[in-house]
Ligand binder design. Structure first.
Ligand SMILES: [Zn+2]
Length: 1003
């Protein structure tokens, strides 16, 4: 009917019928009803109404019938539909529609409620237009609406008129989209009125819509404030080499902030459409850019240095050098230097007792630098390559540059914990005054069994001694030191209670309206000397990857927490990791992290933060577990300066709130965004891996890719199978294996990527027959942590230069982005000698999505998606990039093919994935995105893991399954020896795979 001109015909009929001297209402009323119905469906109704000049006619019809309620209500229905088009609504406003409606709805009356309701709904529709809202505010209607709402609230005791009350709230919600109306609202005590009236509504389910609407209005009108920190700049700064100015854009003075919330409100409405449109516009459609390979970004002769990073290719490997390279059994002197090489604890005790850590903890901070730790570091300073076999250097104690550390927690708080808690017998053996640190550790380990695979506290301690941080950390988080083992059980996603968010918002608003119980005192501040507040939780975060900046006790059991910005930056808050102690048993504590930046979070969809309890660990449960309830994530009233919001004005921060009842009183607990994995954890893990592998079978070399800006070596591993024999054939096979380059943790907040990498590395050096076979198929080059400094200093996104390193691949600066510069150099080198890697994969974490998936690169898929007119038939493209994700979809339960994408976006042109694909020519160049939350894949349901949160076990499994995927890929897509094939077939159930191998090729 609409497409056949029905709306126009009805409108014309209305004009004719209404404009006669004595309108015939028996015709008009059905006509009005029909128009109201049709108009709702007709997207262009507003336009048609204006074109046919029906607005005035309808308005005057309504005016004529002000006392005739049946006729009036029909007119109001139609007016409401007119007003659903903003331009028609504006016209109505100019022609006095709001005045008319106010005559109908004021003063409060319970007569003719059907008409009142229709008028309120028409008014709400009119207030969608900004100019109407402005007009209404100027005429004082906002205060009238508030009064009217109070009247209805007071007299509607039996909740018969919820729709009218809700309509009034909708009017208030729309009108307060403009700044001046929000000011009127505040001065008219709107916050108090709505907050107070709502208190009577909280217990009734039928009043849910009212409470929700009120919470929305209160949240929007809450006076905006700057974040309660002296400056949004990171507490830590780092002066960059050369004359580079690392100053981020200065945060502007807060008063220049013009908030007109409307833009954001409108955006909120049709976010999804907008996103899709933006996504498509972001696609690269320049075929030249997609297809051509740019030249080197550096002189070719510079690539020679990377030869040393590939000793597996060097000619000298063959005969004479063969044996020396295999010297892996440490001599006695070596063992003394390296407690962590030795898993036997009595040996370790002897070693560590002899040397370092003899000073009482209290003296550490001052005397720290003089106390020697074993020169454990691989002395790679200034060298780009260092082979793991160069033992001599390590034996030289003069080369030690490792600062000492407290092995456990902060000295002061440790003291308190001990003296305060007789009940805490698990801590009593550790008296910090009595012995050296090694004694503390030794006694702890004696009393409390600790045997976590691939982790050793001694080894961690030794490694942490040489980790360099900007704040010069002297304390280890117990959780990192003692180690984490996943609990035997799985944890399901948290079911979100109805109304959590609005309950939290109302609690926040109560600060403003009933400030009686507010404490509002700073109990922890990185920028100032710690306060000695009593009767509150204690916070601490000055340890590796920790990043709490400030804690404010808001109410007795509620704390606002502010995370530190990335070093040399004023933004990037998402990751958090801190220690909390002095808790009381069975008391719920509410924590609010108030400076989050992302618009949404998996915390709204079942994800919980993780916690580690020292008491639990010492009782044999060294687990990071998911904890917290009443979790939600929402926009708060702290405004971001334009600079801190990437140039956009009027943006707010977001709050992540969660409540925890700690498992023990007087415990020391750690809370984090996700399972932490520090740089020291990586370094000690690598030591253990090297020690545990079978040197006869596994070729394993740890070199240093380069030093980071912060002076930490960035490790580069080479893993493959030892040659079967010294025969020429076997050596040739050894050298000619294709390369697979894997890396992780360019983004420090993505600790999940490290756990996946841990799974990959452990699998690769294992004695699993599949791993053995895989090692024969590939030479693995692994950079497990591309941004050590970011990880160490608690950054979320950037390196010390304040740059996102995964946006620097097009032209990495050798000074500012050394790890990217050198890994790109190594890839160039491989490309230059004709050894383009078969697979490249960069492990990441995805904060918004569930499951695990890959991003790859395809010219054709990008052009198709962008709707490009280019004839893609002339573009030749190998579809081999799809094989690995298809395999992973089958073998890895967490992996989902449907979530994969192979589009090349302009905004990603400087990421590892796109640059390695385009410049190095790696067809299978991927970003692996790992969820922080959990999985919803079909496979997961089959494995009865419905709705479970992901743990480190699953992440590590993903890393191992990725390896399996690589083996199948190799067997499927490349010619390999019959021998290998037969072995593989025995190991894997490959029948199905083999049959579609041929189908695959013809694709
Ligand atoms: Zn990332």
């Amino acid at each position: 009917m609409i497409s056949k001109g029905g709306s126009e015909a009805l409108l014309r009929a209305l004009m004719n019928a209404a404009q006669t001297a004595q309108p015939d209402y028996s015709v008009l009323l059905p006509l009005l009803r029909l128009l109201a119905k049709i108009g709702q469906r007709d997207k262009e109704f507003g336009l048609k109404v204006q074109k046919l000049e029906a607005i005035d006619v309808t308005l005057s019809l309504a005016r004529k019938n002000l006392t005739h309620h049946l006729n009036l209500v029909h007119c109001l229905w139609v007016l409401r539909v007119y007003a659903s088009s903003v331009s028609a609504g504006t016209m109505l406003g100019i022609n006095g529609a709001m005045e008319l409606l106010f005559k109908v709805i004021t003063p409060y009356t319970k007569k003719h409620t059907r008409t009142v309701r229709a008028a309120i709904e028409a008014l709400a529709a009119l207030l969608k237009s900004k100019s109407n809202s402005r007009r209404a505010d100027n005429r004082g209607y906002l205060c009238e609406l508030l009064r009217l709402y109070q009247d209805w609230h007071r007299w509607d005791t039996s909740n018969k008129y919820i729709h009218i009350r809700r309509g009034l709230l909708l009017c208030l919600k729309r009108i307060t989209n403009i700044q001046s109306a929000r000011e009127t609202f505040l001065s008219a005590r709107g916050m108090e009125i709505l907050f107070t009236t709502t208190q009577d509504c909280l217990d009734s389910k039928s009043l849910d819509p009212i409470v929700t609407a009120v919470a929305q209005i209160l949240r929007k009108c809450y006076p905006k404030r700057p974040l309660p920190v002296a400056t949004v700049h990171s507490s830590y700064s780092f002066s960059l080499p050369g004359n580079v100015n690392a100053e981020p854009p200065r945060a502007e003075p807060e008063d220049d902030y013009e908030d007109d919330g409307e833009k954001e409100v409108e955006k909120d409405l049709d976010n999804e459409d907008l996103e899709h449109k933006e996504e498509d516009e972001d696609l690269e459609t320049d075929v030249n850019k997609l297809c051509s390979k740019p030249g080197l970004d550096r002189p070719e002769e510079d690539l020679e240095q990377y030869k040393a990073m590939c000793p597996e290719l060097s000619f000298t490997f063959q005969v004479g050098q063969y044996c020396t390279h295999l010297r892996v059994i440490p001599n006695t002197a070596f063992m003394e230097q390296q407690p962590c090489r030795h898993r036997d604890q009595s040996a370790m005790r002897a070693v560590s007792g002899k040397r370092a850590f003899k000073i009482p903890l209290q003296n550490w901070v001052k005397k720290g630098k003089q106390i020697g730790t074993p020169a454990f570091e691989k002395q790679a300073m200034g060298e780009s390559v260092h082979d793991a076999d160069a033992l001599d250097e390590r034996e030289d104690p003069g080369k030690s540059h490792a600062p000492p550390l407290h092995p456990l927690l902060q000295d002061a708080s440790w003291d308190t914990r001990m003296s305060h808690s007789d009940s805490m017998s698990c801590f009593s053996p550790i008296h910090v005054e009595a012995g050296g640190v090694s004694d503390v550790v030794t006694k702890l380990l004696e009393r409390h069994h600790q045997d976590i695979p691939f982790h050793s506290p001694h080894c961690y301690l030794a490694r942490a001694g040489s980790t360099k941080s900007i704040p010069d950390y002297r304390v280890l988080a117990f959780s990192d030191f003692w180690g984490h083992q996943p609990p035997a059980y799985n944890q399901s996603m948290l079911e979100r209670k109805n109304g959590v968010q609005r309950a939290k918002v109302l609690e926040d608003v109560r600060r403003l309206i009933q400030p009686g119980d507010l404490i509002d005192r700073v109990v922890f501040d990185l920028d100032e000397r710690s306060t000695d507040a009593l009767d509150c939780l204690r916070f601490f975060s000055q340890f590796e990857s920790g990043n709490l900046r400030k804690a404010i006790q808001v109410r007795k059991q509620e704390y606002d927490l502010i995370m530190n910005a990335d070093v040399n930056s004023i933004q990037h808050h998402q990751w958090f990791y801190f220690e909390v102690s002095a808790m009381k048993p069975a008391v719920p504590y509410r924590f609010n992290i108030i400076n989050c930046e992302k618009v949404n979070s998996q915390f709204n969809y079942g994800m919980q933060p993780v916690m580690y309890s020292v008491k639990e660990a010492l009782q044999g449960k060294p687990h990071w577990i998911r904890v917290g309830y009443d979790i939600c994530y929402y926009k708060n009233h702290y405004r971001r300066s334009a600079a801190a919001a990437g140039g956009e004005r009027g943006k707010s921060y977001y709050t992540l709130t969660f409540t925890i009842t700690f498992p023990h009183g007087e415990d020391v607990c750690y809370l984090a965004y996700h399972y932490p994995y520090t740089y020291s954890a990586l370094m000690s893990h690598l030591d253990i891996l090297e020690e545990m592998r079978n040197p006869n079978k596994v070729y394993y070399r740890q070199a240093t890719l380069c030093q980071t800006l912060g002076g930490n070596p960035c490790p580069l591993l080479t893993i493959t199978a030892m040659p079967e024999s010294k025969s020429r054939d076997d050596l040739e096979q050894f050298c000619n294996r294709p390369y697979a380059v894997l890396m992780a943790r360019v983004h420090p907040g993505e600790s999940n990527a490290s756990w996946v990498m841990k799974g990959t590395m452990e699998f690769l050096v294992s004695s699993d027959p599949i791993a053995e076979l895989l090692r024969k198929c590939f030479i693995f080059k692994i950079i497990p942590m591309l941004n050590p400094d970011g990880v160490i200093n608690g950054n979320h996104r950037c390196s010390l230069s304040g740059d996102d390193l995964n946006r620097q691949w097009l032209a990495p600066n050798s000074q500012l982005h050394p790890t990217i510069y050198h890994i790109k150099g190594l890839l160039y080198y491989l490309c230059n000698i004709g050894r383009v890697p078969l697979v490249f994969c960069d492990y990441h974490g995805h904060s918004q999505k569930k499951n695990v998936f890959l991003y790859g690169c395809s010219i054709k898929e990008t052009l198709w998606q962008a709707g490009s007119t280019i004839n893609t038939a002339v573009v030749t493209e190998d579809v081999g990039y799809r094989t690995l994700p298809k395999i992973l979809d089958k073998v890895a339960p967490a992996f989902v093919m449907n979530s994969c994408s192979f589009l090349v976006e302009k905004s990603r042109e400087s990421t590892a994935r796109v640059v390695v694909w385009r410049e190095i020519g790696v067809l299978r160049s991927y970003t692996m995105e790992n969820t922080y939350c959990g999985c919803k894949s079909y496979a997961y349901l089959l494995f009865s893991c419905r709705g479970l949160q992901i743990g480190t076990r699953e992440l590590e499994e993903m890393g191992a399954k990725f390896c399996l995927g690589l083996l199948i890929l190799q067997l499927k897509s490349l010619p390999c020896s019959k021998n290998l094939m037969a072995q593989a077939a025995g190991l894997l159930d490959l029948e199905e795979e083999m049959t579609d191998r041929w189908a695959q090729r013809s694709e």
